[in-house]
Design a protein around this ligand. Structure first.
Ligand SMILES: *Cc1c(COP(=O)(O)O)cnc(C)c1O
Length: 396
């Protein structure tokens, strides 16, 4: 027998839990795509997205996942043969870099490993050595390592050394989870997708950009027709928002999801993620006393509030996941980009997604159920985790 019938909980770092309200908004007959409600609703989504990103700039929407947004951002900011600098703090930084290479860019990757943030001193040296980089690619939260990079100091550095590179930031995991201020922190371009903090099924992505990036795009030799952001921010016909048929049902869901975020208030959404993440980390502090389980990022100040990467003795990470999946209706994330020579498949790693539509009872359930799996699989762990997590939440 197993105990998994009931409401399932997908606690992975994207796609995330979809709110009932979003699902209900999507469950409808097809709308007119030439005029009326959908046209108005799409126009209203644009300022809502900018409010969530804390920008007075522009946003282009695409029918794509995050990988598409990566390519869109590069297509609108670089020429083939341009040099770019990539600051990688996990698998996703490398992923963006690989797309850049296939787009004909010359990439220099600064690899900061799988458990550290960007080292500003090394970044400064690299930027000073080469003033011709057209762009620097940074991941705000790398979902594989669960590290969170500070963005404002990178902008300050670029300004200080008078480097003209555009600052491109990947907020696919962090938007509407971890605090982010696109304009105040000085990102020129920011990419996001709808299936993480934005709580919509995968399928729509966003490229936000400021006036500087918009202006520079005009001097590019060529911009791919499909990824070109110009018609999408200034559509003379409705179909130009998406370069073809709009993702009709996703838009209904997206509109409701953005209203949920803005009604809660984006600052409160960040705060909710912060408190829930703190509860999980309090439990982890306790579990770590058993001598086996370890949070990948040691310093809590450097962790994302949206995702936590953890390590146990290989292959018990995989065993925990499988046991939870088969017996409890809880799905946790695989280790990603964490393979080592001793653990070639990364079976010692797993991740908890705590992004988007998550509340205190879900997180307490996640903690207690994960501890249950540790008992079942045989991961030694300190014994006070649930109390510690409860204290964080009860203190509110
Ligand atoms: C999820 C994610 C991506 C990739 O998004 P897809 O929708 O899977 O293409 C890229 N970067 C980060 C930081 C992510 O979390």
């Amino acid at each position: 027998m197993n105990l998994s019938n009931g409401i399932e909980y997908l606690a992975i770092p994207g796609p995330s839990v979809i709110p009932e309200k979003v699902l209900q908004a999507m469950h409808r007959s097809s709308p007119n795509i030439y005029e009326g409600e959908l046209v108005e609703l799409t126009a209203n989504i644009v300022p809502k997205l900018c409010q969530v990103a804390k920008t007075g700039g522009n946003v282009a929407m695409y029918i794509s996942n995050g990988h598409g947004a990566w390519e869109a951002a590069l297509s609108n900011t670089t020429n083939i043969g341009d040099k770019i600098l990539v600051a990688a703090t996990g698998r996703f930084g490398h992923g963006w870099s690989e797309i850049a290479q296939k787009n004909g860019l010359i990439t220099t990757v600064l690899d900061f490993g799988t458990s550290s943030t960007i080292d500003l001193t090394l970044l400064e040296t690299a930027l000073k050595k080469d003033k011709t980089y057209k762009a620097i690619l940074v991941t705000h939260v790398d979902t594989s390592t669960s590290v969170k990079n500070e963005i404002a100091p990178i902008r300050a550095l670029l300004n200080e050394i008078n480097h003209d590179a555009l600052l491109l930031v990947d907020c696919i995991a962090s938007l509407a989870c971890d605090e982010f201020h696109m304009d105040d922190w000085g990102a020129d371009v920011m990419v996001a997708a709808c299936q993480k903090g934005i709580m919509v099924p995968p399928g729509v992505s966003f490229v936000f950009f400021n006036e500087k990036a918009k202006y520079l795009q005009n001097s590019l030799e060529m911009v791919s027709s499909y990824w070109d952001w110009r018609p999408r921010i200034n559509p003379d016909y409705y179909y130009r928002y998406f370069g073809g048929t709009a993702p009709t049902h996703h838009l209904y869901g997206l509109n409701v999801a953005l209203d949920m975020i803005l009604n809660e208030n984006i600052e409160m959404v960040w705060k909710r993620h912060e408190v829930l993440a703190s509860a999980i980390w309090a439990a982890i502090d306790s579990w770590e006393k058993g001598g086996e389980l370890k949070a990948n990022i040691r310093d809590k100040n450097l962790r994302s509030n949206a995702v936590t990467s953890l390590q146990v003795h290989s292959p018990k990470g995989t065993h925990l996941r499988k046991w939870l999946q088969e017996n409890t209706g809880l799905t946790i994330g695989i280790g990603l980009g964490m393979a080592t020579p001793e653990d070639p498949n990364g079976d010692g790693f797993f991740r908890l997604g705590h992004m988007g539509h998550v509340n205190a009872q879900m997180i307490m359930g996640l903690i207690a159920t994960l501890e249950t799996a540790m008992i079942a699989v045989g991961v030694p762990h300190g014994k006070n985790a649930i109390n510690e997590a409860a204290s964080v939440i009860a203190k509110l």
